[in-house]
Structure formats: C-alpha cells, structure tokens
Design a protein around this ligand. Structure first.
Ligand code: N01
Length: 500
C-alpha cells in the first residue's frame, strides 16, 4: 500500500542550509516571522563547509569578511580560518538564532511544482509534501560534485573519491596518490598529501595563477580587542572589503592592473620554484582572474617534494591500477582524489523545479542560468534564488552578495504585504534586459576575454552566467533593495496583473 505523503504548510520554504539558507532564516526569525522551514538534504547544516572535509580545507577569503555582518565572530583563529571552524560558526548560527526548530534535515527536494490557482509551491521529499507561498533556493554553486568522464575509471582497483566527499576511512599514509585538478581545492589538498604519500602525482590540465597567502593566527590580544570592541570588527571588515574591491580593476582587464596581478603571481612562482622547466609548466597562458586566482604558500613547495610528480596534462584513462595521462605517461596508483570541481554551470536542482504551466527551470536555462536582478525568474512566480545566476565574485566575499540578496527578498515580501499582492513574477522582457545589461558589462572582462576556459561561462551560449561582472558594492546598489519595476504582481487566480 502506498502511504500518502504528509502535507506540511509553511509561508516560506528555504532549500539548503549553507550561508544563504541560514542567513535567510536568521533574518526572517529576527523580524519575528516564524512561518518558515529550511529543507536540508544532508544530516547537518553548513553546505559546502559541511561537505568539504578534505585535509587542508580552509577559506581563501579572510574570515572577518567571509562571515555574516550581523553575526561578527571575534574568535576567528586565523586570517583565513580552517574549514571546521567555519562549519562550527554555521552550526552555532543555526543553534543560537533559534533555527533548529525550523530545520528539516535529511529532506531531499525531489520535485517542486508551482500551482497557479492556489498560488503555492508544492515541494516533494521522499516522505513529505511541503506547500509554501514562497520558495527560496540557497543551494549555492558548490553543492554537486563534478567528475570528468574518464574511460576505464570503473576498472580502477584502488580507492577513489571526490574532494567534496572525502572518504576518511581510506588510509592515505604511504599510498601512491593521484590528485586530479589544480583548482582552489587541489592546491589545499596537495600539500597535505605530499606529507604522507609514498608517491604523489598531480594531474594539471591548466595551471592556475597563485599569489602569496597573507596568513597568520590572530593573537589573543587582537581577539580580546574584537570581543571588547565590536566596532573594531566592523572596521576590519570594511578594510578587507575595500581591499578586495581594489582588485576588481584587474578583472576589468585594465592593463596596468592586469600586469600588476600577473607580476605578483609570477614573482611568487619564481621565488618558490627555481627550476625553469617546472616553472614553465606552472606558468598560465591566459590572463589572471579568467580562472579564480588562488592563494597558497605551500602548493609550489609541495610540488617539489621528492615524492611528487607534476603531470602537466589531464587524466585521460584508467586500466586497473594503471592511470594514463593525456601525455601518454603512465602511473601506478592506489588512490585517486578528484579535485575536479562542481556542477556549477548547470545546477542539477533546476531539473526538479517546474514553474507556471509546468515550465522546467533547466529548460528555461537551456542557454545558461539567468535571473532578473540575479534573484527572480520569469515563469517561476514567488521563487527567489540566493547565490544563483550572476552572483559570484572573483574578487570579494560571496557572503556580502548573499546578504544583499536577503535584503532584496525581504523587501519584496514587505512590498507584497503592503500592496496585498499574492504573486510576484518578473516579466520576460525585464529579465532579458537585465541579462543583456550583464553581458554588455561583461565584455572586455577577463572572464570573457582572458583566454581561458572556465565554468564561469556557459559553454552552450558563451554567456557569463556565474559571475557578477562588477564591483561588489555595485551589486548591493543594483540588487540589494527591492523595487517593483519589471515585476507583475497578481492576486491569486487574477487573470490581469493588479496595479502596482
Ligand atoms: O574546482 P575547480 P575546485 N584531468 O572547478 C581540473 C571554491 N573553493 O573544487 O582548469 C586533470 O576550480 C580542472 O582543470 P581545468 C572556489 O569558489 C573555495 O578546485 O578545467 N584535471 C581544474 O583544475 C572555487 O572556484 C575555497 O583545465 C582536470 C580542477 O579540475 C570552487 O570552489 C576552497 C580534469 C577543478 O577546479 C571550485 O574549486 C576550495 C582531468 N580530466 C574551493 N578534469 C575557499 O577557500 C577537470 N580537471 C573559499
């Protein structure tokens, strides 16, 4: 017998409990709105910081900026805090802000459908049907891991896992380890593996620009000051934010800034890698910022460890324990670590979401993700996406963007309450005009013209779909406050839009 799903009604349903979902929950709760639930497919909060438990995981944005402005933390141990500390911060946020009672853990959204006559979203998990007026996705870009399609991979006789799904039951000491990729995750993993592997092979398809990591622990005196004087945290946060903004000119490809960025990275390379042959392999042939500029003091030294081989070509095929690179070189390996990134450009959740008339979000996005004001989507009423299309920054903190979007969503909700409207939806024209303005703004940036291939750009259309191609503060100016232009606001089952 099929057991009917339990129906649960709530005003606002938030998907995901990383920075976006928790931040949204905190702000609703602080306004006295208790009518919301947060669905989380895993058993705990934290998003990417819960998932990425690989050795060496740490933030590459300074912690006093990579945290909520409304929850400053005087106790960050370091400038760039380790992953477990960020995860504790998010767990404490959920606990201390009273979000635990709103959390529904182990609830995987399997289907979401807009019902126009009811003006409600219906979201199915394996055992519940959630019915909500507002659906807010906070699923981020780093939720679903990406594996390259490698012929013969199933035949691999050793252990293999993704950087975001580290298998801590696999003993790594003394093993012959292959790390695939040289992005932000890999450069943190490789130094840790070089310490314990008997042999380490790093498969590099494209070298990254790497700059020095200005890392240190905060002294007890500094932390005392932060505790006694919260204004000092605000001041530091502001200094870090504007320091980040200063590097945007490089992303705009303004020549002298581009050259300065390149020099900083190549000087770091020269100072850490004396061997010209190795240096040549590690020198990018595209503009800095086209792919994420990485920070590390330990990656280059780890590549020069006696146990390490830099294979400067892709992992191409696997046969048993023999792993073959595109160069033809073969390696015998015991463990493969896939630091190969995430399904960021085509987020899997889009296939699950069905808007007005059954329109599927991934169909709407078949030429790449897009949203009006980077937050709402034509055909998908009362849906808000935090940290969705055109929200990532290459030069500053995503938490700043997330907070701007939360303010916008709260403004939209207030506006609807004030006008009595039940349904909000951007017009297709407004969405298209916004997308065009983003693309116009992206022309001449390193992301489009920097000579690399990256997941910031949707390969199907050549559009920049991940990145906000402007200053961080410009995002808040443009998209941090709700405005009604470009929207249709309706009553339930009204055929014509209500006047706004
Ligand atoms: O993933 P990536 P990531 N053989 O997609 C390579 C955030 N993050 O997990 O460049 C060999 O950047 C691929 O090569 P190529 C941060 O936002 C933040 O490292 O495509 N290599 C690339 O080198 C970051 O941007 C922190 O040619 C193969 C790598 O795999 C995002 O996460 C820390 C290959 C994937 O790099 C993702 O970073 C860590 C093959 N067959 C991550 N296939 C913070 O500290 C793919 N690659 C905040």
């Amino acid at each position: 017998m099929i057991t009917p799903l339990t129906q649960i009604e709530t005003r606002t349903l938030i998907i995901g409990s990383g920075f976006a979902g928790l931040g949204m929950g905190v702000q609703l709760k602080r306004r006295g709105d208790d009518d919301f639930l947060i669905l989380e497919r895993a058993g705990d909060v934290g998003g990417t910081w819960r998932d990425n438990t690989y050795p060496g995981a740490a933030c590459d944005v300074p912690s006093h900026l990579y945290s909520f402005s409304f929850r400053p933390n005087p106790d960050w141990s370091r400038v760039f805090s380790p992953g477990p500390e960020i995860q504790s911060y998010l767990q404490d946020t959920a606990h201390e802000e009273g979000l635990r009672e709103h959390l529904r853990l182990n609830q995987n959204m399997e289907h979401a459908r807009w019902d126009e006559t009811e003006g409600r979203w219906h979201v199915l998990t394996p055992d519940h049907e959630y019915i909500a007026k507002f659906l807010i996705t906070g699923t981020g870009h780093l939720a679903d891991e990406a594996y390259p399609n490698i012929p013969g991979l199933d035949s691999f006789t050793g252990e293999k896992f993704h950087s975001a799904r580290w298998d801590h039951s696999v003993p790594m000491e003394g093993k012959r380890i292959g790390v695939i990729g040289t992005g932000a995750s890999a450069i943190q993993i490789v130094p840790e593996m070089a310490e314990i592997a008997s042999e380490l092979v790093v498969f590099q398809r494209t070298p990254s620009y790497i700059i020095p990591r200005g890392e240190r622990a905060y002294t007890e005196g500094e932390r005392r000051l932060f505790r006694r004087n919260p204004e000092s945290i605000t001041a530091l946060r502001s200094e870090l934010f504007w320091g980040g903004e200063n590097t945007f000119a490089q992303r705009r490809a303004i020549p002298q800034f581009l050259e300065a960025g390149k020099k900083l990275a190549l000087d770091h390379l020269s100072s850490q890698v004396p061997d010209p042959e190795l240096r040549a392999k590690l020198t990018p042939d595209y503009e800095p910022g086209c792919k994420r500029v990485l920070i590390s003091n330990t990656f280059y030294p780890a590549l020069q460890s006696p146990v390490t081989t830099l294979e400067s070509s892709a992992l191409a095929s696997v046969d048993g324990s023999t792993v073959t690179a595109a160069s033809g070189a073969e390696y015998e390996l015991d463990v493969l670590v896939f630091a190969t990134g995430f399904e960021a450009t085509e987020p899997p959740y889009a296939k699950l979401v069905h808007g007005r008339g059954g329109l599927n979000l991934s169909t709407h996005w078949e030429q790449g993700m897009q949203a009006y004001d980077s937050v709402t989507v034509a055909g998908f009423p009362n849906l808000f996406s935090i940290n969705g299309p055109n929200t990532s920054l290459g030069h500053n903190s995503i938490v700043y963007i997330i907070e701007s979007q939360i303010d916008y969503i709260l403004g939209a909700m207030d506006y609807m309450t004030a006008t009595g409207a039940e349904i909000i939806e951007p017009t297709p024209e407004a969405e298209e005009a916004y997308v065009r303005s983003i693309q116009d703004n992206a022309v001449g940036t390193v992301w489009l013209d920097g000579g690399c291939s990256s997941w910031y750009v949707d390969q199907r259309s050549g559009r920049l779909t991940l990145i906000w191609p402007d200053f961080g503060y410009a995002f808040r100016d443009a998209n941090g406050t709700f405005h009604s232009e470009g929207y249709e606001l309706r009553d339930i089952s009204a055929i014509e839009p209500v006047t706004v």
